[in-house]
Design a protein around this ligand. Sequence first.
Ligand code: CO
Ligand code: ZN
Length: 331
Amino acid sequence: MKELIRELTQAFGPSGSEAPVRETIDTLIRPLVKEVRTDALGNLIAFRPGTGSGKRVMLAAHMDEIGVIVTAIDDKGFLRFSNIGGVNALALIGTRVVFAGGAAGVIGSEPVDELKDLKLEKLFIDVGASSRAAAEKQVGIGDMAAFHGPFQDLGDRVVAKAMDDRIGCAILVQALRELQDSPHHLIAVFTVQEEVGLRGARTSAYGAEPDVGIALDVTRVGDTPKSRTMEVSMGKGAAIKVKDASLICHVGLRRHLVEVAKAHQIPYQLEVLERGGTDASSIQMARSGVPAGVISIPSRYIHTPSEMVDMADVRSCVQLVVKTLEGPIDL
Ligand code: CO
Ligand code: ZN
């Protein structure tokens, strides 16, 4: 599974520029499902019919990642940029970025007196060009770049850029591989533009008409030195979301996920995330409403080039997805 995580995290796909990662996932899932299509926004939607009279279950993992977009190029060849999703200026200094075409750059900063003055407009990307003309040979206005964050295997834990949410994509692919028979009609959606407002989930949930929706995404943890209080910890199992800033999970579905975890001795923890949102909120409010919940992967250093997850948690999430799909879902 580590190889799958490596492949998915290293694929390119800032919000709105998901074509490369979509191609990677398409190749991986085609043998596992009956039908695959891409909708108008770019969501990759896979169908797998159930063996019984189960529910229409939509599983969503977003394939887009945060990044930056070029807004201006100066005479010396330095690029100014804006954010794609939630990027923190503090995490950017010295970070390398990579463009779709392969060009790379380093993020530098103008001097600032205080850290609070460190805003994106003080930062620039240096692509190694000494003039505007030279820079324009490599990049143009509106080009997007992703963080450079190689996959590293730390043993029990792994680290890479874009673990948010390629780890959710990896869990969904692995669950499709391991799932034998399911009574449910499965709609596996690799969504676009989550990081800029849960957009792909909205259109795909409308089209999929699910009876139940489950999103797979990362959540933060409270187990690093002096971190903000939060009950979720690395290595303590799949996090079953109760609430975040974007949704209150369907109570029946949340209870059901807990029951499945207990019945199969899958380690789990309950998650209340005070900030942040997930695709489940768009799914929940599709059409006249859909019971929706989230299986979250505990993660450290979210929205930096070095996002970390625990392999035992990843395993627990795969099992929880598979076991949930194998049995009846009565809410
Ligand atoms: Co995110
Ligand atoms: Zn995410």
